[in-house]
Design a protein around this ligand. Structure first.
Ligand SMILES: Cc1cc2nc3c(=O)[nH]c(=O)nc-3n(C[C@H](O)[C@H](O)[C@H](O)COP(=O)(O)OP(=O)(O)OC[C@H]3O[C@@H](n4cnc5c(N)ncnc54)[C@H](O)[C@@H]3O)c2cc1C
Length: 256
């Protein structure tokens, strides 16, 4: 059967490329940022992800998705990987994968869970645990492009030690006009924190997010259970489901 030629951009996205680890940065005791050089990277939108493929010497391979954490810098892309206990791929990427080592990467992937800087609408970002990664890409893109779209981030995380990007988020909340950052701790909060630790509630989203009447674009990302709870709370508050975009990272979990 004759093969249909793929349009150039699509075939570029479906091509596996050999990337090389250029730099790493620890975000927490169990999460690490990987900066990868990917030859001929085609560029991406904030919110998109890549597929990563590992292959061992016997030819066994495993493939997982990881969100792009920042706007592309030429051929350099950035991921942040949370080590999952007994995780086949995340443990390797977070612990063993070393600067100079190759890895296969394909993408960018995803066209719905994306934020475009030309969009002036208010944005509500709701992150559970490592779900902060693609939302951080949106915050970084907003800053890089000088967008004035009003942003609110509600970040649910277990404890201060589990927070990613802490100094940068603090700086952004201070310096990027129009960005509010609120952290909800689920297991232990800093001393003197007014909200007792606990899972994010509809009341948290109502007080820390935007009213539905402003018609914000909502992006919710994290473990499956977290995303479902947060998205349904937003619908209950009157947000139009068509403006709620979700990305589920894993099978379960509290999201923080
Ligand atoms: C679109 C998309 C984007 C993603 N972006 C990121 C990202 O930016 N950073 C990141 O760290 N992860 C991200 N993930 C999750 C990632 O793809 C893997 O699922 C995760 O790293 C676990 O893979 P593993 O091989 O280590 O675990 P596996 O060997 O596949 O699983 C080990 C155990 O952990 C459980 N498990 C699997 N995934 C999760 C999870 N996410 N949370 C809790 N338990 C889990 C499994 O049920 C199993 O019990 C993303 C997933 C998707 C679909």
């Amino acid at each position: 059967m004759a093969r249909t030629a793929l349009p150039g951009r699509l075939s570029a996205r479906l091509t596996w490329r050999v990337a090389t680890l250029a730099e790493t940065q620890d975000e927490t005791a169990t999460a690490r940022t990987l900066r990868l050089d990917v030859p001929d990277w085609p560029g991406h939108l904030s919110g998109q992800h890549v597929d990563v493929r590992l292959t061992d010497e016997d030819g066994y391979s495993a493939q997982r998705s990881y969100s792009l954490a920042a706007p592309a810098d030429g051929d350099r892309i950035e991921l942040t990987v949370q080590r999952i206990a007994d995780g086949e791929v995340s443990a390797y990427l977070a612990d063993t994968y070393a600067v100079g080592d190759p890895i296969e990467v394909r993408g960018p992937v995803g066209g719905w869970f994306v934020w475009r800087p030309a969009d002036p609408a208010p944005v509500l970002l709701v992150a559970g645990g490592s779900g902060i990664v693609p939302l951080m890409a949106m915050i970084r893109t907003r800053r890089q492009t000088g967008s004035r779209a009003p942003f609110r981030l509600v970040y649910s995380v277990r404890s201060p030690a589990d927070q990613y990007y802490t100094p940068e988020l603090r700086r952004s909340a201070r310096d990027d006009g129009g960005l509010d950052v609120a952290v909800v701790y689920t297991r232990s909060a800093p001393d003197g924190w007014s909200r007792p630790p606990g899972r994010i509630t509809a009341a948290d989203l109502a007080s820390l997010g935007w009213p539905a009447s402003l018609e914000p674009s909502c992006y919710v990302c994290g473990p499956t259970g977290f995303v479902e709870a947060a998205a349904s709370a937003l619908v209950d508050q009157g947000h139009d489901p068509r403006r709620i975009r979700t990305e589920r990272f894993g099978p379960s979990g509290s999201g923080g």
